[in-house]
Design a protein around this ligand. Structure first.
Ligand SMILES: [Zn+2]
Length: 114
């Protein structure tokens, strides 16, 4: 049994889990320790990797923010239009639109804090 294999067996015994990612240095599967650290059993060192899906999440966050910005801008414009409006029908239509925009905004913000 090689030294690498013993290292892996030891890691597994300590409760580490084998990841689908491999070491960028040597290609050996990486292990995640109970502490959350990711190590290479072959190189015997900690490896810092970008967790899968993290970049995608950050991108989605950016998209949500720009959608949110659009909604806020429309709300501001609607508010200005409404203050100049004297026709009750137009005011009602504007306020309905504002309600639905506010609903969208609340949903966006609720999703983000989860
Ligand atoms: Zn390695």
């Amino acid at each position: 049994m090689s030294g690498n294999m013993k290292g892996m067996a030891d890691l597994l015994r300590e409760g580490a889990t084998m990841l689908s990612r491999s070491c960028p240095e040597c290609g050996t599967p990486l292990f995640q320790l109970k502490s959350g650290d990711i190590v290479c059993a072959n190189c015997k060192r900690k490896v810092v990797i970008v967790p899968e899906g993290e970049e995608a999440t950050a991108e989605a966050g950016l998209r949500l923010e720009s959608v949110e910005k659009d909604i806020v801008e429309k709300l501001v414009k609607l508010g200005q239009l409404m203050s100049q409006e004297s026709d009750p029908e137009a005011i009602r239509a504007h306020s309905e639109l504002m309600d639905s925009l506010l609903g969208n905004l609340e949903r966006l913000r609720a999703n983000r804090t989860v």
